[in-house]
Design a protein around this ligand. Structure first.
Ligand code: SAM
Ligand code: SF4
Length: 344
């Protein structure tokens, strides 16, 4: 039986950052490990953290519960690949109580889809309603080339399982020049036929990716959108998700298409998010190096007082925005860690 949630009460007070942005959205990375090695995200020879450095599932629960107590209403579980973390359902099931109390409005996950066949029904039972699945191509060979280790059929079965479990699926697709440009319309049509929204993401300069070059991968979404508009009528939609994407509706299909454009259009002014890594580092901006540690505060006492103080102190230093910029022909504003470290 899926949990029944109470009608939404008024929003609790949230912490404001130095620019007056209310922090309502936590992205928690539950592992840095992954069963794929996507070319824009990781190098093939990644070194992962020793398991002992990771927060335990109980610590993840305490940490996220503290954020919920501070006015966070949306929790996205990410990674690495969140569904490869051992016993991760225990954590999702623990979060259900915050959905049932009405304090948490949305519990969601970003996944590469590889484990969804196993987990979709249990995620729905825990109260997850919508998930993001990353999918950059519909061509099995190309899928293998992009993810290095991924198996396309497994992800397709995962999508089937998610929809069969009643989960609303949004596809996340990284726009890759010369790689999936020719799939703009086939991906759009695939998503429309399956009743899925689709969000395109500009490739960001995060972490060393070995011999690959992000400038070669970068396909600006201004160009993608213009090409889409040659075939379809696009209607701008007001922001409704609290996330970084800006949406249009395609009149002909009715589906929503999102654009995450950190390079061509900075969206930092409305940022309501903070991120915590699987070791308890809090990053208040995806595109800056600055971070602080919550694990020591978490482990210093059984009471949450020190933890809450550390969270407030971190949010008080949230920067105005990132400095990503390819305009000078180089990876401007590049940061040293990979996206899989902070969670996408
Ligand atoms: N493994 C899960 C997945 O792939 O959905 C969750 C973590 S992954 C880091 C989250 C998202 O970040 C994915 O949609 C992925 O495509 C995206 N991503 C990874 N590296 C990126 C980069 N350098 N620029 C833009 N998006 C990136
Ligand atoms: Fe893994 Fe996601 Fe990074 Fe791909 S994008 S390597 S699936 S963490």
């Amino acid at each position: 039986m899926e949990p029944a949630f109470p009608p939404s009460p008024a929003l609790p007070p949230a912490i404001l950052d130095p620019f007056g942005r209310a922090i309502r959205y936590l992205r928690i990375s539950v592992t840095d490990r992954c069963d794929f090695r996507c070319v824009y995200c990781m190098s093939e020879a990644m070194e992962f953290l020793p398991k002992r450095d990771l927060l335990s599932l109980e610590e993840l629960d305490r940490l996220c519960s503290a954020f919920v107590g501070l006015g966070v209403t949306k929790l996205r579980v990410t990674g690495g690949e969140p569904l490869v973390r051992r016993n991760i359902l225990t954590f999702f099931n623990a979060m259900t109580r915050h959905l049932e109390s009405g304090a948490l409005r949305e519990l969601t996950v970003t996944t590469n889809g590889s484990q969804l066949e196993r987990f979709a029904a249990d995620l729905a039972a825990a109260g997850v309603r919508r998930i993001n699945v990353s999918l950059d191509t519909l061509d099995a060979g190309r899928f293998h080339a992009i993810t290095r280790w991924g198996r396309f059929d497994q992800v397709m079965r995962g999508l089937d399982a998610a929809q069969a479990a009643g989960l609303k699926v949004k596809l996340n697709t990284v726009a890759l020049k010369g790689v999936n440009e020719d799939e703009l319309f086939t991906l759009t049509e695939f998503a429309a036929a399956r009743g899925m929204d689709l969000t395109w993401i500009e490739v960001m300069p995060m972490g060393d990716i070995g011999n690959e070059n992000r400038l070669d991968q970068f396909w600006p979404l201004t160009a993608l959108r213009a090409r889409l508009a040659q075939r379809y009528s696009l209607v701008d939609l007001p922001d409704s998700t609290g996330g970084p994407a800006r949406y249009v509706r395609i009149e002909e299909t009715g589906q929503r298409i999102g654009f995450i454009t950190p390079l061509t259009h900075n969206f930092c002014e409305s940022c309501n998010r903070v991120r915590v890594t699987c070791t308890g580092e809090i990053y208040t901006c995806l595109g800056q190096e600055g971070h602080s540690d919550l694990r020591a505060a978490l482990r210093s006492s059984e009471s949450d007082e020190a933890l809450v103080t550390a969270i407030r102190a971190a949010i008080a230093t949230k920067p105005r925005g990132h400095d990503f910029d390819y305009a000078r022909g180089q990876e401007g504003g590049r940061i040293s860690r990979h996206m899989s470290h902070t969670g996408g």
